[in-house]
Design a protein around this ligand. Structure first.
Ligand code: HEC
Length: 551
């Protein structure tokens, strides 16, 4: 018996070794060096290839020798359009390459970009501008609906800027310049200006002083971020274009069948992408309140794989049945509707514990629960602790007992509402002005969350303490955080196009650059392969993005 086992393992081992060796030597589908007149060896250049007639773009990054390689199984034979991302450079050529079955080589030549300001990310813009962090902080409220470019080429005086701020404050948050939607006035949300009136005058003067269209503008140098290096180049990124140009994929989650679902922040649509084929199916979501802005935000799976969605100003949540793909809408009771009722979040992840799905109303800062057995909502009221302190949440992730966490985007605290007693406890984050945003619990029931003005944070319910990690890039402004079973933790930035991988045990962080302006919101990890795979939506780019690390 032992002998047979030895032979068997030798055979299996031999096969395994054989495949590993073959992989190591496998000819790349496309490989080459990237050079420019300024830099003979260019590490950290993102090289993207998109096959003619398809909606899928694959990106790899040059290594320390300036070499890039698309693995053989990543590009089918065909004609590919090549593009690059390397701030300060543009691609001279070749801009398209024929890839035969045997693979191809293409050395790429880059030229210095003449208009570097057109390439800067939001974070690079903010970092470049003169002024203190405090003076510049209002700009992090201007990136939800468009990039900052238009602010610095505009020709407004102070009074006009104040009007612009007020106009921006009247748009629904899921607006874009191509698809603006006005809030229905009357509620506190629609009245709230995008820039605090106390700082509006100074903010307006600031924008006048830095505009590239102002001949008297202050002088300042552009400060692009360094290109990726070392481990940050060991990544393959795949972008799947969505069929609708105005798709606004706010949240992306992958189900147990490997299908990537997305919520659309600007339309009554939820869609599902098959990453194997790139095919997308869009499902219409009924309109509940025709006068209100259209669009959805939070998208979550329950334990059975049903997809839940929060319907924002439509004042409802909805559930897509996994098996039948039938959508059931649960409107909030009409008597609860206000002029700006906003269901931004839905939390079904642990609803199997007590048969309840949490959701919120941003207008009144009340928290609702849907009873799955009766289909009825219960209003658990505002979240006030025993000292009378109220916390109003953006993200409302739930824990293993279906208690609801409250992440205070407008402040510096997190809270937790007990599912049984409805009591609220509140804890302050160590970072000042942290602005907790979204997150979720890991398999150990610890809460991981993003701090918009901080970084990655973890609340341990056993010790009731919060640990924080500042991401290494300034103006990163993380939106969401997700932890993997293997211990690593990920976040994405609305401003740098960087996704961050944290190893909490060693405090090491690696930041991977995405190929295009992405404005990352929700981050999600698919954990079926050898390493967790990150999925995000390109909010202003109408695509779904997958990030696979190579080590
Ligand atoms: C809720 C979405 C939203 C936010 C947030 C937002 N904008 Fe806009 N912005 C728009 C839309 C939609 C347009 C195009 C329609 C228009 O010009 O009103 C636009 C256009 C602009 C323009 C070009 C038009 C012009 O009048 O010059 C500027 C400049 C601008 N925004 C500045 C800002 C500033 C500054 C902030 C932050 C204080 C901001 N935006 C935040 C939605 C938004």
């Amino acid at each position: 018996m032992p002998f047979i086992r030895f032979i068997l393992s030798a055979i299996v081992g031999g096969i395994l070794l054989g495949t590993l060796a073959a992989n190591a030597q496998a000819p790349a589908a496309l490989t080459g060096r990237v050079t420019s007149a300024q830099e003979a060896t260019m590490e950290g250049v993102l090289v993207s290839a998109k096959r003619e007639g398809t909606t899928i773009t694959t990106t790899v990054v040059t290594n320390a020798e300036g070499r890039y390689a698309f693995p053989a199984d990543r590009l089918q034979p065909g004609k590919y359009t090549i593009s690059i991302r390397a701030v300060g450079y543009i691609l001279e050529g070749p801009k398209s390459v024929e890839v035969p079955a045997a693979g191809a080589t293409a050395d790429l030549r880059l030229n210095r970009a003449r208009n570097i300001h057109l390439q800067l990310s939001n974070a690079e813009w903010i970092a470049s501008l003169p002024g203190t962090d405090r003076e510049k902080q209002f700009l992090t409220g201007c990136t939800g609906c468009h990039t900052l470019q238009r602010l610095f080429t505009a020709q407004h005086d102070v009074d006009e800027w104040i009007q612009v701020f007020n106009r921006m404050g009247r748009y629904y948050p899921g607006s874009t310049p191509a698809q603006p939607q006005l809030l229905v006035s009357g509620g506190e949300r629609s009245e709230r200006p995008r820039v605090d009136p106390k700082v509006a005058q100074a903010a307006a003067q600031f924008l006048v002083d830095v505009s590239l269209s102002n001949p008297e503008a202050k002088e300042y140098d552009f400060k692009p971020l360094p290109r990726p290096k070392g481990r940050a180049t060991r990544v393959i990124i795949t972008e799947y274009d969505l069929p609708r140009k105005n798709a606004y994929p706010h949240d992306v989650v992958v189900d147990a069948d490997g299908q990537a679902w997305y919520s659309d922040f600007g339309s009554q649509i939820m869609g599902v992408l098959d990453p194997k084929t790139g095919k997308v199916i869009d499902y219409d979501i009924p309109v509940v309140r025709p006068e209100q802005p259209k669009g959805t935000l939070d998208l979550q799976l329950d334990r059975d794989g049903n997809v839940w969605i929060a319907m924002m100003y439509q004042s409802a949540i909805a559930k897509m049945d996994r098996a039948t793909r039938k959508l059931t809408v649960f409107p909030y009771p009409k008597e609860w509707w206000g002029p700006t009722t906003q269901a931004s979040m839905v939390a079904p992840r642990f609803s199997h514990v007590d048969g309840k799905v949490w959701s919120n109303n941003q207008e009144t800062r009340e928290y609702y629960r849907l009873d799955l057995a009766t289909g009825k909502f219960e209003n658990t009221g505002k979240a006030v602790d025993k000292n009378g302190r109220q916390i109003s949440a953006y993200g409302i992730p739930t824990d293993h007992d279906n208690n609801m966490y409250l992440l205070e985007f407008s402040g510096t605290s997190i809270g937790r509402r007990d599912a049984k007693t409805l009591e609220v406890e509140i804890w302050r984050t160590p970072f000042p002005n942290s602005r907790p945003r979204r997150g979720g619990v890991d398999h150990q029931n610890r809460l991981w969350f993003a701090e918009y003005h901080g970084g990655i944070a973890m609340f341990d319910p056993k010790t009731k303490t919060i640990k924080e990690w500042m991401t290494p890039t300034k103006w990163d402004n993380p939106y969401g955080v997700v932890a993997a079973r293997n211990g690593e933790v990920w976040t994405g930035s609305m401003h740098t196009d960087l996704v961050t991988r944290l190893f909490p045990d060693t405090d090491d962080m690696v930041q991977y650059l995405l190929p295009r302006t992405t404005n990352i919101r929700r981050v999600f990890l698919e954990e079926t392969g050898p390493r967790p795979t990150l999925w995000v939506g390109s909010n202003h780019g109408a695509s779904i993005v997958r990030v696979e690390t190579l080590d």
